[in-house]
Write a protein that binds this ligand. Structure first.
Ligand code: AMP
Length: 492
């Protein structure tokens, strides 16, 4: 097995681009997938974002397309040969940016199309001719219907983040798109997990695929240190503060299960002195991009988000991911913690487990095939004063088992508790604490979408002032676009 890109004998322009990226050796998915794709075989790859899978499919496809490379200005000489489908505009944009970098020294052209943006510039680019078209399914269908995209010469199809596309409800769109493509083609499917639906999709559209799993399917990155803390709903914020402080954490993602909880938690944390912004389905596209940029530029420390809103965010080096709520869907756990410990960096994933979450934790345990031990949280202020020879107050030892702590009967995950209805969870979660926390009038008012709120919280203003640094020119926060995803996606 090779590990250096030089062993691949890539065309010089591609090898030069890779060298310029500074990649020293191939990642496991690249080692396994590139030779297989170069041979022209279909691939079913279990790989999460952050494993280097974009290069794993882009480089061999570009290499194969080099046979058709030409400098002609005629659009007819640049038909769409490779189609890369992704679930969200952010992912599509990120993948397109990477493809452009790998192809920069070739005459192969690439473009990206996704919804929520004016179709005209996309149409103009398509009309000029592009060999690699990166797209979200809905907008691609718009272009197909408008006869802007001609796909009868497509030789390669990549279904990237296929599980996410199915989650969002893109299956009918995918089926339609695939029906327009030549039957003789190479199809590559990448998914973080191999659910029965994904296997069905693969058996319908892939031919004798080579299955590649960089780690066990549904596995979580081994570089991520995972902790599950048993903590009552009312103590989660306190636990979050304490872990951030004790670990000296600068930035983190905080996942919650509902957009209502997301907005409220962000406000609470902001009020408690943490620079926080929220990312949820009620945010306009403009606001989401600005929140993201504020996080990327370090203006904001905590990004509180829902699963739907966080889909496809490629932010590297997030030192920690907190599951403020244990996800309802175990596969979301894998996606959430994939935000940290990317590309070999170490990361921390902390989940706060309320007694009623036992069954959800058992689901995660089953999915990641790893025994989960619930740990207690020992709060600093509850601890008796420590003598000179007492414990060192470092991050790890702080969470040693506390005597008489408020634990479920079993420290493991054997017992199962019925799921509570979300609204009940919500109320319990964010009821203002009667004790030492100042009363916030926000909690006395019914929830209002931040889109319509007149008075902006300070953190939103901060997010808005952040420039569009780091985002490609493809995403211009010009228009307010209320819905990033298809209407079939809902957040509670
Ligand atoms: P991806 O999983 O494709 O989103 O890639 C995640 C990140 O890893 C991207 O920023 C890539 O530029 C980077 N990357 C891809 N391949 C390599 C490699 N062989 N060595 C180092 N970084 C890489």
């Amino acid at each position: 097995m090779t590990s250096s890109f030089s062993n691949l004998n890539l065309a010089e322009p591609l090898a030069r681009a890779v060298a310029e990226m500074g990649y020293e050796s191939m990642t496991p998915i690249q080692e396994q997938a590139i030779p297989v794709v170069l041979q022209g075989k279909d691939v079913m790859g279990a790989a999460q974002t952050g494993t280097g899978k974009t290069a794993a499919f882009s480089l061999p496809l570009l290499q194969r397309m080099m046979a058709h490379e030409n400098a002609s200005t005629s659009p007819a000489r640049h038909p769409v040969r490779a189609l890369v489908l992704l679930p969200t505009r952010e992912l599509a944009d990120q993948v397109a940016q990477q493809v452009k970098l790998y192809a920069k020294y070739t005459n192969l052209r690439s473009a990206v199309v996704f919804g929520g943006m004016d179709m005209k510039p996309q149409t103009a680019e398509l009309k000029k001719g592009v060999e690699v078209l990166v797209a979200t399914p809905g907008r691609l269908l718009d272009h197909i219907e408008a006869k802007n995209a001609v796909l009868n010469q497509v030789e390669y199809v990549v279904l990237d983040e296929a599980d996410r596309m199915l989650d969002i409800g893109f299956l009918p769109d995918l089926q339609r798109i695939l029906s327009y493509l030549p039957k003789k083609r190479i199809t590559l499917l990448f998914s973080a997990t191999f659910s029965p639906e994904i296997k069905r999709l693969a058996s319908s559209y892939l031919q004798d695929p080579v299955t590649i799993e960089v780690a066990r399917s549904n596995a979580t990155a081994s570089t991520v240190e995972q902790h599950f803390y048993s903590v009552g709903a009312d103590d989660k914020r306190r636990a979050l503060h304490q872990i951030l402080k004790s670990r000296g954490m600068k930035q983190a993602f905080v996942f919650v299960n509902s957009k209502l909880g997301c907005a409220r938690l962000a406000r609470s944390l902001e009020r408690e002195g943490l620079k926080t912004t929220a990312l949820h389905g009620d945010k306009s596209q403009d606001e989401r991009l600005k929140a993201l940029e504020a996080f990327k530029s370090g203006e904001v420390d905590l990004l509180v988000c829902t699963d739907v809103a966080a889909r496809g965010l490629d932010i590297k080096d997030v030192p920690a991911v907190f599951n403020f709520d244990v996800p309802f869907n175990a596969e979301d756990y894998v996606h959430r913690i994939g935000r940290t410990g990317r590309a070999g960096a170490s990361g921390l994933a902390v989940s706060f487990v309320a007694p009623s979450d036992t069954r959800l934790v058992a689901d995660i345990e089953k999915l990641i095939k790893t025994k989960i031990e619930l740990e207690p949280v020992e709060f600093e202020e509850d601890r008796p004063r420590i003598s000179e020879q007492g414990r060192i107050n470092d991050g790890r030892r702080m969470y040693r088992e506390a005597e008489g702590s408020d634990q479920p009967d079993e420290p493991g995950v054997k017992q199962s508790a019925p799921r509570e209805r979300r609204d009940t969870r919500e109320r319990r979660e964010y009821a203002p604490r009667q004790s030492n926390v100042a009363r916030d009038p926000f909690f006395d008012k019914p929830y209002e979408s931040t889109l319509s709120a007149e008075a902006q919280p300070a953190w939103e203003a901060a997010a808005k002032s952040a420039g569009p640094r780091g985002m490609s020119a493809n995403i211009k926060p010009k228009k307010k676009v209320a819905a990033l995803f298809k209407t079939t996606v809902t957040e509670s």
